[in-house]
Design a protein. Sequence first.
Length: 391
Amino acid sequence: MKSNRELDIVVYGATGFTGRLVAEYLNNQYGVNGEVVWAMAGRSLSKLEQVRDEMEISNDVPLVVADSSDIDSINAMVERTAVVCTTVGPYQLYGNELVAACAAAGTDYVDLCGEPGWMHKMIGAHSAAAEASGARIVFSCGFDSVPFDLGVLFLQQTAEQKLGSTVPRVRGRVRAMKGTFSGGTLASFRTTMAAAAKDPDLINVLRNPFSLTPGFTGAEQPKGDKPVFDEVLQSWIAPFVMASINTKNIHRSNLLMGHQYGTDFVYDEMMLTGPGEQGEAIANHIANDNSMAEDQTQPGDGPDKESRENGMYDVLFVGEASDGQLVKVSVQGDKDPGYGSTSKMIAESAVCLVKNPEAASGGIWTPAPAMGSLLIDRLQANAGLTFTIED
């Protein structure tokens, strides 16, 4: 049983940029060997010791040596802990054995994955094992896709309160965002693009909004690939780079929750750029921006603390009922999305699983059906996120 494990959480990748931030957050928020017993894991003991010392974390925090290329070390790690919190990406390169080990051992798992092709493979390969063992495998517990997945859930809960039912149409609109994409996100993007160039099947997975809902294809979805004028919000909107993964996760959440949003649910995700000629010009500029493909930031690189602290994001969700009635909610984060906020979100996701063994059964999950309002509450209390009902 997981309750008998020596450790509650192992942060795998603790010497990397984001992994360090997760360890720092757990140390500051939960201390050492208190209500959450956590450890730092990585490939090199000396580097783990160096990072622990640099961050002035107590020597009482255990260090675990594990390497994705050494199956025995991965198995040993997952058998010691209730939850593995992994920041080691790209997951399609370094995550296969870890997911397999967790699924077999009944160990819960959270990651920052935004790689739908890999997730599609993992769902097919390990769902049955996770269901049998009780392992709760939860992908995408960072900026992709926690604020969006939980934002849609929060909107639908609000719609049920205000209108008496969920709504069949939701628009996700990024109103503001300040911060950079992580080196890990960019590496995953480059790795996915390289893999897609060699594999036509992967291109189909990336293009299909229902590629993570095996056996179910819903209503036709907006493509979201070029600037358009949003009549409901009276604003120009531009493509949003994270929409490709977030939309797939939200459709998977709907499936896993028994289609609470409806079998004809339609969702798209875009950036609000404002009305008039200026709004159109900004939308066109964003649509033609190729900086993500050209950005050479590497895993392990990232912005300084001041930049992380000064970052933020603000996402509006607009639900439309069949009769045209609208419901609006928003999700804000008080740190940069790629690092400061993401590290808190994945840490709280791991803690949420530790604290709530009854929240979900074994299987491969997304954040909303696995943790739902339990995670919303934790994020608002501890991680600088705000969920707001708007007029």
